[in-house]
Design a protein around this ligand. Sequence first.
Ligand SMILES: Cc1cc2nc3c(=O)[nH]c(=O)nc-3n(C[C@H](O)[C@H](O)[C@H](O)COP(=O)(O)OP(=O)(O)OC[C@H]3O[C@@H](n4cnc5c(N)ncnc54)[C@H](O)[C@@H]3O)c2cc1C
Length: 379
Amino acid sequence: MSRGTVLVVGGGIGGLSTGIALRNAGFDVDVVELKQSLHSSVHGVGIIQPVNALRALDAIGCAEACLAVGYSTTAWGQLLDVDGDLIREMPGARIPGSELPPMNGLTRPQLHRILTDKALEVGVTVAYGKTFTTLADGPRGVEVTYSDGTAGTVDYVVGADGVHSKVRPYVLAEDLEPVYLGQSAFRLNIPREPEIDRIVLQHGPDGMAGFVPIGPDLAYLFYNTTWEEGRRLDQDRTADELRERLAPFGGLTGRVRDRYIDDAAQIVFRPEEWLIAPAPWHSGRIVLIGDAVHAVTPHLGQGAAQAIEDGVVLAECLAGTDDHEEAFRAYTGRRYERCRIVVESSVAIGEYEMDPAAHPGFDHAGLTQHVLESMLRPI
Ligand SMILES: Cc1cc2nc3c(=O)[nH]c(=O)nc-3n(C[C@H](O)[C@H](O)[C@H](O)COP(=O)(O)OP(=O)(O)OC[C@H]3O[C@@H](n4cnc5c(N)ncnc54)[C@H](O)[C@@H]3O)c2cc1C
């Protein structure tokens, strides 16, 4: 027997994970995704999966498939200086008694394919090119009108529609605007050089270059760099701009700059924004997950991990009681502090990267290790 009907708004990593978890807990789940297809909803670059992401993916039956296509590491990474000399090893964290590696990397399209296939397999429906136009929360359900002219009533709505969420104003008394960190990220897939067998970070004068293995022969380069808010960058200028910014680097970054940064069309350039919504993360029958309530900058590779964990916890809470208010309160209670630590630590690392001299004694590797170990705690 169905435990109820759920509309998930947003078919990103968080929305699909939540859909799978809720369906496995006995709910009927429809996902609506604004973009036109699975492939148009995601960029082709890679994603870091720390061990807590893998644990949450395991709970929804998707970890094995991610490990099979990705690149698992035996440590988190290492930190190098601008010339390529080692500053510090970053061991990362393992869950005692678990075989899961400290980190797995794979491409975003691979992750989306895995989550979408699992969602469809367990009976979630996913509609592309569709969204809601209005939500009316009432005692017996949420009346929803859709962009295709249809309408219906569901028991619960999950807003998983990202940092610029349209569901968020239905939940929070005062809507929030994300905060621009002051950095933007260049990302580009490259052939995997042998030393990219873990995350390799290389500290430059203007930001942090990084390399992540995402397959036996594939890696991606990112460069988190100081960037004036609102400054435009034409796509066809991205390769020149990135090469110029990486000019001071030697070592791995210098080699990659000279060999692989030539095709502007392959470079993804994104601003880094963050927010953390005050608790509670629900109003009535509408609840928020993922970047819609805790958008994270990429410095700890934890944003998607937190969105997946949200979905697992939300499903556990809703399945554990018939009182949805109690379930949603329990959900925020289990999630808020954990997400706050990730958001604030990520922002602190970004601020340090933009101006190391202003943060004497800041221990980038130490904070990363501390957060990774904190994330081992059960969710
Ligand atoms: C440069 C960069 C690098 C990152 N790297 C990593 C990493 O390596 N590891 C990691 O864990 N995290 C990383 N993150 C963070 C991670 O990408 C996000 O935290 C994660 O994608 C959040 O998932 P989400 O499902 O909540 O939101 P999103 O991924 O934003 O998904 C929201 C979905 O909702 C859809 N949508 C939006 N509005 C509507 C609407 N009105 N109706 C229907 N659908 C809608 C969107 O099209 C999208 O598909 C990175 C972020 C950035 C900016």
